[in-house]
Design a protein around this ligand. Structure first.
Ligand code: R7I
Ligand code: MG
Ligand code: MG
Length: 320
């Protein structure tokens, strides 16, 4: 397995899914179908074709911080998120508030707790988690710790943290699986289910996925059963479903993910991270890669971050 290609795939997969979904954000599955049929090509977007949103921008911040510190560091991550923050990328209400609190000098351990009543359960901390899923795919104990801690900087609600962990785990399992073998979807789901307790909304959704994986219901039923909005509980399992029902192809996974409607950039980004971690950058259609944003922190930079994470991963593994 080409682990470097897989790390690049997870990070660029986030960018590609984010960019494909961005112009459709907020539209229903039915309206997307009526207007476009299927969305298989990058469309013109608010910031231009192939541009990314807050999903990828926060992922860049997380990768930069992990590389700078060689590990999770909450204060550094808070700074990195603020340094990268650009309002026009389209941030969620809670995350915008988090940036204000960080800017005001609030301790990083306090920020997440001051958002909403008990912290946010938005999908903001799950959509950016691909670097954690890659770096710690060999050590799920560490992965859980870092997923929770990295979430808590902006999304401190238990469901926000669990959502980030589930997405990190989904990426990690994909990175650890050989795409040349047939993916054992039952085992993949069971491994995810084992990490959640009976009272978790994620366990319930993973069971729904299990029941619907063979039937392939129409998209309306998927939305009704798994959701497609910006709450982590209503989007992380949906992205996993998109991957598991289309794991033969990166393109089909992401095309399906954005067809579900609602929070399309984010469901696209998360499904893209998983499928990219599974099949690698080499499986991302070149006609998509060709139009991805190429500014200072564009696709080339994202690939450099992925290479940095790969090197750091090798260092960590060799030290053990
Ligand atoms: O999670 P977050 O950064 O938003 C990410 C979304 C993605 O779709 C991005 O592409 C971008 O468009 O924004 O922002 P939050 O505001 O923390 O969470 C998202 C939404 O979840 C909120 O706007 C709320 O609707 C809901 N939410 C909550 N509602 C009530 N009580 C999250 N936490 C709560 C809560 O505690
Ligand atoms: Mg977004
Ligand atoms: Mg979104």
């Amino acid at each position: 397995m080409d682990l470097h290609d897989k790390f690049c795939g997870a990070l660029l997969g986030t960018h590609a899914g984010d960019a494909l979904g961005m112009p459709l954000e907020g539209a229903s599955a039915a309206s997307i179908k009526k207007r476009y049929g299927e969305v298989r090509e990058m469309l013109e977007a608010r910031l231009g074709k192939g541009t990314y949103t807050d999903d990828t921008e926060m992922m860049i911040a997380l990768a930069e911080s992990l590389l700078r510190c060689g590990d999770f560091d909450g204060a550094d991550l808070a700074n990195a998120l603020l340094e990268n923050f650009s309002l026009e990328r389209g941030y969620g209400t809670g995350s915008k508030r988090a940036m204000e609190l960080i800017r005001a000098g609030t301790n990083w351990e306090e920020v997440g707790k001051r958002i909403f009543k008990d912290g946010s359960y938005g999908n903001g901390s799950a959509m950016r988690i691909a670097p954690v899923g890659c770096l710690y795919h060999h050590d799920l104990h560490k992965l859980k710790k870092v997923a929770y801690a990295s979430s808590s900087v902006t999304h401190a609600h238990p469901w926000g943290k669990e959502g980030a962990f589930l997405q990190a785990l989904a990426v990690a399992k994909a990175v650890a699986s050989d795409p040349e073998d047939v993916l054992d979807r039952t085992k993949y789901l069971q491994d995810l289910k084992n990490e959640f307790s009976a009272d978790s909304p994620y366990l319930a959704s993973l069971e729904v996925i299990e029941e619907h994986i063979q039937i392939k219901p129409d998209v309306e039923e998927v939305v009704a059963k798994l959701g497609n909005d910006s709450r982590a509980m209503n989007s992380v399992p949906t992205a996993i479903y998109a991957f598991l029902t289309h794991n033969h192809s990166f393109e089909e996974t992401v095309v399906y993910a954005v067809s579900i409607g609602g929070d399309t950039d984010t469901i696209g980004a998360m499904a893209g991270a998983i499928a990219g971690g599974y099949r690698g950058k080499s499986a991302i259609p070149s006609r998509w890669l060709d139009v991805l944003e190429r500014g200072t922190k564009g696709a080339n930079y994202i690939e450099e971050l992925a290479t940095g994470l790969y090197n750091l991963h090798e260092e960590i593994v060799n030290q053990r």
